[in-house]
Write a protein that binds this ligand. Structure first.
Ligand code: UDP
Length: 242
């Protein structure tokens, strides 16, 4: 247990991370692969909370661009995250990892409502806690949810899992060959340089609450464990003092 760098983590999984090669919907094999990695991290005694996105199913901004009311479309996005959370729970339980889903929008037939103290209790009992429904408010994102929940449960770090990108670059490495990868950044750098790490609300919240992030490539097997063990992969983002 003492080998790990972090004891309590928030893993931010985008909806895309569950979609597999199709790029949309839920691919159970992809979900299983992520959960297998989480099982290994769980076996190290690390307390794991997950904030899952919904972009593989629905994004509020897309609905809004197509003429829908933004808040209504955002609520649909929040519901999409619940489907993803249930698929993660299914997979974790198949692997024998105890888990609980907590939703910010009450739906007691499928999950517990979000109760901060109860979430912490679950973590202490080595249950993986999956936070679904985002913040419960339209106009926010699940990145902001990750920053908010990390602050609330006093997580040591947010693991920002990215698809096929191994950190934060000065420009899009797929479009610009001269793009440089950063090893370390401050939250202020991210905000001032407009780097694509998380949205600005989430960055500000992480900065104000002094929560470090590690941005890493989820598609490289074993990476979640490497981050937890403190190996230098990806990009770390923190305040000047961490
Ligand atoms: N959403 C929201 N409030 C929140 C979190 C999410 O309204 O607190 C909605 C929003 O419409 C968003 C969708 O849920 O587009 C899916 O979340 P997100 O885009 O963060 O998912 P990801 O990109 O991580 O898959």
């Amino acid at each position: 247990m003492s080998k790990t760098k972090y004891q309590r983590i928030v893993l931010k999984l985008s909806g895309e991370a569950l979609a597999g090669e199709k790029g949309y919907g839920i691919d159970p094999q992809t979900v299983q692969a992520v959960c297998q990695e989480l099982k290994e991290v769980h076996e190290l005694g690390v307390e794991i909370a997950i904030v899952v996105g919904g972009g593989n199913i629905w994004r509020g901004s897309i609905g809004s661009q197509m003429g829908m009311d933004r808040a209504q479309a955002d609520y649909m996005g929040m519901l999409a995250t619940v489907m993803n959370a249930l698929s993660l729970q299914d997979s974790l339980e198949n692997l024998g990892v105890p888990s609980r889903v907590q939703t910010s929008i009450e739906m007691r037939a499928v999950a517990e409502p979000y109760i901060r103290r109860k979430a912490i209790r679950h973590l202490e009992k080595q249950r993986v806690v999956i936070f679904a429904g985002g913040t419960g408010n339209p106009y926010f994102t699940t990145d902001t949810t990750a920053a908010l929940r990390a602050a609330e449960i006093e997580a040591d770090v947010i693991l920002m899992a990215k698809n096929n990108v191994d950190g934060v670059y000065s420009a899009d490495p797929k479009l610009d060959q001269s793009a440089k990868k950063f090893e370390h950044l401050t939250h202020l750098d991210v905000i001032q340089k407009g780097l694509k790490v998380m949205d600005s609300t989430a960055s500000s919240l992480s900065m104000d609450n002094d929560i470090p992030l590690v941005v890493f490539n989820l598609n490289q097997p074993g990476n979640i464990k490497k981050v937890v063990l403190g190996q230098n992969i990806g990009t770390t983002v923190g305040n000047a003092n961490n």
